[in-house]
Design a protein around this ligand. Structure first.
Ligand SMILES: Cc1cc2nc3c(=O)[nH]c(=O)nc-3n(C[C@H](O)[C@H](O)[C@H](O)COP(=O)(O)OP(=O)(O)OC[C@H]3O[C@@H](n4cnc5c(N)ncnc54)[C@H](O)[C@@H]3O)c2cc1C
Length: 518
């Protein structure tokens, strides 16, 4: 056992982006901070990796788009990190009456989008409903986003501050499935809207958990835009690392925290290799389930993770049966098997323990917006990356035989995608020298094993609404407080955590700093 004699102001457990954001705020305020990360690399779910070693391509291995990171955090910390707008919001291929076509939605509504809705639905009604629906939500997003970096309010106070009772009711009080069914009549349009309620969340459209997920997907930074991280997600981590070091944060990698004690004098932790550290306070930026185990307290209940992530390197983009230019189709979010009825069917199939035959999935091509993650040589040859996020593949489907389940899920994802491609995806995957193709598959169990996401839950645990509720958050001000005055939640599992936002890290740092001011 090795005692480190120094007593820090704060120990941070977990070197994902939230742990780093918390460390930066505290160190900037003059606190002595040590950050302990169990893996060999920082970043957690925000890592960029040279996935296929013989190709100079750094893929965002887990998370891939940014919406929730507030400009205020970027400015406060001086983070030199840029995100790029996508000109295409989404493309959803479909086959009707034997003809292949697709619903193309541009990021700024235009004539092409109007025509695309008309082509699908036969009138302008659905397109108009879309514009109304999202313009109401945009107002809420603008008003709600700044509150994410303020002390929590009660639902009543926040609702009255928002001043949009109808939108509030739709998002916070009525199941989102019901709202979507009332607003839209086309199954495919309903499904494209619904997907934002299901990303990383194993639920039906009729459960309120879908509303929480939907809200987080639409209020990011006040505009809900999902933007491409220039240089990949790892660029954010590199910047946070640089800033943390510049303010004197000590960082220890391969330092898994395995025991934790807390008392009137502060906290003491021990790592797997027997190092001991003490501090006045501890910010826990890994999952709350891990904190509960370390403290011997009740592990918070949560849905399990339900997504697959497939990363691909392509020697060229595949052509589509609908004949659309693939540079348009894959620039935004490319939806497959995501009509409303398909999403609900996939959910009930998986709930009953079966891998959905028509896997709902969405994809996007990073390199169409940002070629900088590829070497010049790969760009010159026309290579591209493709990111696939599969829904409704819960961890339990992988428990019995993880390898077989992963192979089945991969096969179904590829078959689902190939329904709409003229060139099957296998024909354009970059070949590797060992005879394999440049494709990697991550199941929820892989996410648990590699980056400690409990049962692969990408938000650590179920998302909460961003306001105080009656019982669970009575003792909270920032959403970071626990029942121990020396321990704060600073990761995605804090109230208002979830996603690449840094909000949980910021709020935990504010909770600690405001305590010290008292
Ligand atoms: C496949 C996938 C796709 C996603 N896509 C997006 C997306 O496009 N956009 C988006 O906004 N969000 C996305 N998310 C969600 C988002 O990435 C996460 O919610 C967020 O990054 C969590 O950040 P964090 O810093 O709170 O925690 P994490 O990134 O989970 O970091 C926690 C860190 O703690 C470490 N750790 C755990 N236990 C210990 C211990 N005992 N001791 C020391 N260290 C420990 C872990 O190794 C890890 O590095 C995605 C997530 C996944 C997995």
């Amino acid at each position: 056992m090795k005692d480190n004699n120094k007593k820090y102001d704060a120990i941070i457990v977990g070197g994902g982006h939230n742990g780093l954001v918390a460390a930066c705020y505290l160190a900037k305020a003059g606190k002595s901070v040590i950050l302990l990360e169990s893996n060999k690399e920082l970043g957690g779910a925000t890592a960029s990796v040279k996935t296929f070693p013989e190709y100079d391509a750094r893929l965002s291995r887990y998370s891939y788009l940014v919406s929730l990171l507030p400009d205020q955090i970027v400015a406060d910390l001086g983070i030199n990190f840029t995100t790029i707008d996508r000109s295409i919001a989404s493309y959803t291929p479909y086959e009707r009456d034997g003809k292949n076509d697709g619903l193309l939605v541009t990021s700024e509504w235009d004539e092409t989008t109007t025509n695309s809705f008309r082509q699908l639905t036969g009138s302008d009604k659905e397109g108009k409903a879309w514009c109304e629906f999202y313009s109401d939500i945009a107002l809420l997003a603008k008003r709600m986003a700044p509150t994410m970096l303020q002390p929590l309010k009660t639902a009543e106070d926040l609702k009255s501050e928002m001043g949009l009772p109808e939108v509030w009711r739709n998002l916070m009080e009525v199941p989102i499935g019901e709202v979507i069914r009332n607003q839209f009549s086309d199954d495919l349009v309903q499904g494209v809207v619904l997907t934002d309620a299901l990303i990383g969340t194993f639920t039906s459209a009729n459960h309120m958990q879908a509303n929480r997920c939907f809200l987080y997907h639409l209020i990011g930074n006040g505009n809900g835009k999902w933007r491409v991280p220039l240089g990949g997600m790892g660029a954010l981590v590199n910047e946070l690392h640089r800033i943390a070091i510049s303010w004197g944060v000590e960082i220890k990698l391969q330092s898994k925290v395995t025991s934790l004690e807390s008392g009137a004098m502060g906290v003491q932790i021990e790592t797997e290799s027997g190092e001991r550290y003490t501090a006045k306070d501890l910010l826990f930026a890994a999952a709350p389930q891990h904190l509960a185990k370390l403290r011997g307290s009740e592990v918070p209940k949560s849905l399990e993770g339900a997504q697959m992530k497939i990363n691909m390197l392509l020697s060229r983009l595949p052509r589509l049966k609908s004949n659309i230019d693939p540079r348009l189709a894959f620039a935004g979010t490319f939806h497959v098997n995501q009509s409303y009825s398909q999403l609900e069917l996939a959910y009930t199939t998986a709930l009953n323990g079966k891998m959905p035959p028509l896997l709902p999935l969405e994809m996007y091509c990073h390199t169409l917006s940002d070629p900088s993650i590829l070497s010049d040589a790969l760009n010159e040859k026309g290579f591209h990356t493709l990111t696939l996020f599969g829904l409704h593949t819960p961890a339990k489907l992988f428990d019995v035989d993880p390898d077989a389940a992963k192979a089945l899920a991969k096969e179904r994802a590829i078959a689902s995608l190939n329904q709409y491609l003229l060139d099957p995806i296998e024909s354009v995957l970059a070949p590797c020298s060992n005879g394999s193709l440049a494709i990697e598959v991550k199941s929820p169990l892989d996410l648990e094993q590699e980056i400690s996401l409990p049962r692969g839950n990408i938000f650590h645990r179920d998302l909460d609404f961003p306001f105080l509720d009656a019982e669970s958050s009575r003792h909270q001000i920032w959403g970071a407080e626990t029942d121990d005055p020396h321990i704060y939640l600073a990761g995605a599992g804090a109230r208002r955590g979830g996603g690449v936002s840094g909000i949980a890290g910021h709020n935990a740092a504010m909770a600690l700093l405001s305590k010290n001011e008292k």
